[in-house]
Design a protein around this ligand. Sequence first.
Ligand code: NAP
Length: 520
Amino acid sequence: MGQYEHVREGRHVRVAVIGSGFGGLGAAVRLRREGITDFVVLERAGSVGGAWRDNSYPGCACDVPSHLYSFSFAPNPDWPRTFSGQRHIRAYLEHIADTFGIRPHLRLDHEVRLMRWDNDALRWEIETGRGTLTADVIVSATGPLSDPKIPDIPGLDGFPGKVFHSARWDHGYDLRGKRVAVIGTGASAIQIVPAIQPEVARLTLFQRTPPWVMPRVDRAITGAERGLHRALPFTGSLRRGLLWSIRELQVQAFTKRPNELGLVEALARANMTKAVKDPALRAKLTPAYRIGCKRILLSNAYYPALARPNVDVVASGLAEVRGSTLVAADGTRAEADAIVFGTGFHVTDMPIAERVVGADGITLAEAWKDGMESLRGATAAGFPNWMTIIGPNTGLGNSSMILMIEAQLNYLADYLRQLDGLGGRGTGRERVALAPRPSAVQVWNQRVQRRMARTVWNTGGCTSWYLDANGRNTTVWPGTTTEFRRATRQVNLAEYEVIRAGSRTGPPGPRTASAKESVR
Ligand code: NAP
């Protein structure tokens, strides 16, 4: 079987994984390690890598140290820098696909258009751009950073120049000598700005909210260090353990004691003062909210680039485009040949949710219209045998998402084990599926939101993509990675309804004591 194989029309698989970024490839590796080979990985693009394939903008790199931003089961002693660039992370994921035998399972260029739960057959019908299939279980690993968001700016359609999003970089377009407007000051934009500033004629940065930017302690990993990690693999594990422990301790300040972050603000302010001598520019760049409320950004090059003579910072959002003139909300105007949107992703309104139709005939987007809610970041009420990786409230503000993904893979493995034990692979009336009890989902989310109340993300005085349209934080995990790992080590069957073949999922069951008590 080759990597360009198509799904066989009407084929049934035990598990269909959607997406081949860290989450999807991690799920595929875990399935194989559990002895499950009857699965496919459906990927809409022509290669693996997810966000690390799509984000190829100049300067793209990770803010989490390399030895922590990798799978625990696939350490890489040869990371060349303490913080990896996009190219190396993408190559790592290609390597994972090869090393762990994932290629035969991959169905590239297979965009999933619809997933519909069949209440009678107890399985999912999946329509892709290249044929249909059915699956007992869906693992949706499409990730929160997969669909770029470009704000609805009046007049943008009439802009005569080039327009693209940071995650869809047009490498065929030459920015040299052009007047370029960069919209946004998130993690993507602050990497793009210093990377393109030296070559563009003029760079206008539209900053709606200034970010807090800390120094980036990035360096080449020496040949001696790499040799040591290769010869004595436990030294790589020690390094990872140290990086993890520091972040595990730091998170307490984010989740419980935001006032302690004042000291960190002083460091970030010093980082700015060192590079920006103009007090007027410094005033524009100084945030008016607690550090950590939005993601803390790391860069040594961002502030120096803003101080260069060919850069203008407009301290106001882009509000309108009139021909080649960009107009900010405060009325400031700038001429541009190209607009680069670093405006983020559809995180709390993921388009994939519109393509999942559950047991009650409604889409996940409809079920989540008042906000995303899941059980332990994985399963959703009304959507049997459907699980998501990096689901609601599994994001991190300060550590490696790979740790959270691996915790979710433990949950996935146990889910499949328990499902099998109950008859998930049976036929006829023996066949069963699992759906989380609405009461268990409610208890879990109440607990998450209770803990969220005092975190810096909710109290820090900012708006961010962590919050949904109702101002509710449905993205970040308000605790340590250890706590999440503990909460997802096993599936607690008391939190699930066992659905038997032929019986439709009933209305939400009564709130049972067992489900209530068992939520950890
Ligand atoms: P983002 O954090 O959502 O930032 C979007 C930016 O666009 C914000 O600054 C936002 O301003 C701004 N914006 C939106 N509409 C605007 C308008 N009309 N005018 C001016 N500005 C506007 O998106 P991102 O930078 O792509 O980052 C998303 C996430 O990807 C990160 O948080 C991180 O998790 C990940 N990431 C990581 C790295 C890394 O590790 N180094 C790099 C890139 C991305 P407001 O702040 O006012 O909303």
